[in-house]
Design a protein around this ligand. Sequence first.
Ligand code: CUA
Length: 344
Amino acid sequence: MTRATLARLFAAMLVLTVVISVVMVQIDWNGTAGSEEADDIDRLLDVMIVLSAFVYSIVLVMLGYSIWRYRAKPGDESDGEPIHGNTRLEIAWTVIPTVIVLFGAAYSWVILDDIEARQPDRLQVDVTAQQFAWKFEYPDADVTSTELHVPVDRQVEFSMQALDVIHSFWVPEWRVKKDLVPGLTTHVVATPDREGSYSLICTELCGIGHSTMRAPVVVESQDDFDAWLAKQAKAQGGKQPGGGAVEEPSQEAQQGESIFTEQGCSGCHTLAAAGSTADIGPNLDEVLPKRSAAEIHQSIIDPNAQISPGFGASIMPQEFGDSLSDKQLDTLVDYLMSSVQGGK
Ligand code: CUA
């Protein structure tokens, strides 16, 4: 191959790289960006697209050239020339990909280092996942919620635990994603920079209710966030003064309802009193009125003891007997009994 041919092939590779890159970078692969991290990650994706386009162009141009240049003439039945290696070519096809991969690794490292740097004023949120629900705790305010509220333009560090199987934390607009692994605490940071309502999506296949394992995310101004947090703290009798001024019976019901939602029951069961409409497990408004308190208690700690028609065994987690205290179990059973008996 002459020097001039080589130069022409290289020029063809560059042109093809530019054409592919321009088209592919135009496409909005990730949708709306809603965090400071998103800009870095989207730029990294663009760089990777250009590098991939270059590698793809090398392969495509050389393939096309070889097919055209070394095609057999009509009637040519002879074997091809035997080839015994080419040191220069082998060095080139080792060095070029190595340089490309090392560049990609170094650039990714810089970006990861940048987005994972902890800011001193960050907000701490503890996340707990279990089949098939999310729970958020704000340790500084003693507040627990099934909705994720965060202030805009402030870094949030999520410390995450899974109670049963592997789940994965993903708010598409924030780009960052991290698994929650039983027995480990994993961390992920995000700095939401766009107010609005989003969805936290579980992105690890975790069981029959995986596709419903979502939680509302609200990104709001610091003032709105503070107001929300104070309201939650008051309702939950947290550190806010004046908590516990709620009258006795409704507090019981409220505790029952929070156990029902926080333990994930609402992720699978319909219960009008709790406003849940899921249909992975039996509709509690229908099946519970036929059951005694003792039977309900048993179904929570040993779900396979009595299976409702139309539902398979072992769909419901088996460990509530261990994870709930006796008092929580009693509160939950009382709550369920009163919820399905017309608020008696
Ligand atoms: Cu949790 Cu999928």
